[in-house]
Design a protein around this ligand. Structure first.
Ligand code: GLU
Length: 482
């Protein structure tokens, strides 16, 4: 069998949505699994829907997730250009070729006429279909209209009887009655091709072997097959991926919260977590394993194991993966990833040992990088808090003051700045004062962090360092005396 060639063919209409990226991922994985090629092609022929900057957002998202491509607009390749707006002549030439072969025809109908027709059909509860008025134009009439500069489109002449069928690699045999397929516009009056024409010409010339795309495109596939037949080309194999659904089983959209890849990055998700999660949206390996690197997924991924049923996007499961990867990457790596989130929250630091040590203290409890500023801020600036925070539930202001004075003494005198020595000294202090350990450790920890929840008193003390600790204890004592 010839080399597998698959493509991700996004339209640049904004920040790519997780549904699109799941399609990109499955194409990527299939290429890696089969040792084939993964191609990125930008489908920018719908001038109305283009959004500036989307190309960059698409490439950035793919790079962030580690989905590298073998051919594409920035990379080139044997079948360049990979941007449809740079291939317009090719589409035009082929549209005219179909007219010559009698497989397509010029249509001069005005948009008003088409709109009226649509409304009448809709009122009669019929599917909107072009009525083929222009099919009966004589070649003389056509010539005259073109010479007079009348705008036209080119339409595919879809056979009116029979069926168009194909074997979908995921859904099995799919059959469409030809009489429900509209005479699709191939070339628009602005000279741009429609998606259908451009897509199949590119898939053909770029030697795409497998078209793996979302299920919403399945009704386009019979049109594509009719086009392949009209050109006398062999169609590729098709695999239509199950829809990505919201928990209410409607199509996942912005109203369900974050859906853009950049949004997930901004919310502190790790690319490893998103990749691992997205791979399971409609696919599962043969066994129970859930944790896979991108490479591991490439080894495992088979189209035969993709489900037909819609896949529900479950943010809790994504959070679970995120927590897993946060705990399992190295602390040094995590600290690097935390840094931009601290910067964004105006916490001034750089990548250094101190950042790594502080990150280590929150690695187990952090569920998203976005939580880092809230969890770490007190390591980088003096905390702000109310004095009530310092007083444990079963204690009082005087006891708390005494406890903090004692902590100050213990820390000042501590010879070795390490965990066991610190713990022993503080516990001894509590016993000597006939206090419960909480009555001394709570005031200390809250004086250092200004928070009711944080890593433990010993860990925070050790990382913060003697000088900072003494300063914060003094401040706490001042508060209690005010
Ligand atoms: N440009 C289409 C999209 O935006 C591509 C569909 C296909 O893969 O054929 O998803």
């Amino acid at each position: 069998m010839s080399e597998v060639r698959v493509r991700f063919a996004p339209s640049p209409t904004g920040d790519p949505h997780v549904g699109n990226i799941r399609t990109a991922l499955f194409n990527y994985l299939y290429a890696r699994h089969t040792g084939g090629k993964f191609i990125v092609r930008i489908e920018d022929t719908d001038q109305v829907r283009l959004k500036e900057g989307s190309d960059k957002a698409i490439f950035d998202s793919l790079r962030w997730l580690g989905l590298s491509w073998d051919e594409g607009p920035d990379k080139g390749g044997d079948f360049a250009p990979y941007r449809q707006s740079e291939r317009l002549d090719l589409y035009k030439k082929h549209a005219f070729e179909l007219v010559e072969k009698g497989m397509a025809y010029f249509c001069f109908c005005s948009s008003e006429r088409l709109e009226n027709m649509r409304q009448v059909q809709e009122a009669a509860k019929k599917a909107p279909m072009y009525d083929r008025k222009c099919l009966s134009l004589t070649s003389e009439e056509i010539k005259t209209k073109i010479a007079a500069g009348e705008p036209y489109v080119i339409r595919l002449k879809v056979p009116r009887d029979g069926m168009t069928e194909f074997d979908d690699l995921i859904r099995g045999r799919v059959v469409f009655e030809n009489n429900v397929i509209d005479d699709q516009v191939l070339l628009k009056s602005d000279g741009f091709p429609t998606y259908h024409l451009a897509c199949i010409i590119d898939d053909h010339y770029m030697k795409i072997t497998h078209v793996i795309r979302a299920e919403e495109w399945i009704s386009s596939t019979p049109k594509h097959i009719i086009l392949y037949n009209a050109f006398g080309w062999e169609p590729p194999k098709f695999a239509h991926l199950p829809m990505v659904l919201a928990p209410d089983r409607s199509k996942l959209s912005k109203r369900h919260g974050a859906t853009g890849v950049k949004q997930f990055a901004g919310l502190g998700y790790l690319p490893e977590a998103l990749v691992n999660y997205l791979a399971f949206l409609g696919w599962a390996p043969q066994d129970e394993r859930e944790i896979f690197s991108l490479e591991g997924l490439g080894k495992e991924f088979e189209l035969e194991r993709v489900n037909k049923a819609g896949a529900v996007f479950d943010i809790n499961k994504l959070d679970w993966y995120n927590g897993y990867y946060i705990r399992h990457i190295t602390t040094a790596d995590l600290a690097k990833r935390v840094l931009p989130f601290l910067e964004k929250a105006n916490i001034k630091t750089e990548y250094n040992d101190y950042l790594v040590e502080t990150t280590a203290l929150i690695q187990e409890r952090m569920k998203s990088l976005q939580e880092a500023p809230e969890l770490l801020d007190f390591f980088f600036m003096e905390p702000e808090y109310e004095k009530e925070l310092l007083i444990p539930k079963k204690s009082d202001i005087e006891t708390t003051k005494k406890a903090l004075v004692k902590c100050r003494e213990v820390l000042s005198e501590l010879q070795v700045w390490e965990h066991d020595a610190l713990e022993a000294a503080l516990r001894k202090a509590a016993t000597d004062m006939s206090l419960k350990s909480g009555q001394i450790l709570w005031p200390l920890r809250s004086a250092l962090t200004g928070k009711s929840a944080s890593p433990g008193a010993f860990e925070v003390t050790l990382v913060l360092g003697k000088e900072a600790c003494l300063k914060r204890i003094d401040k706490a004592l001042e508060k209690l005396s005010a």
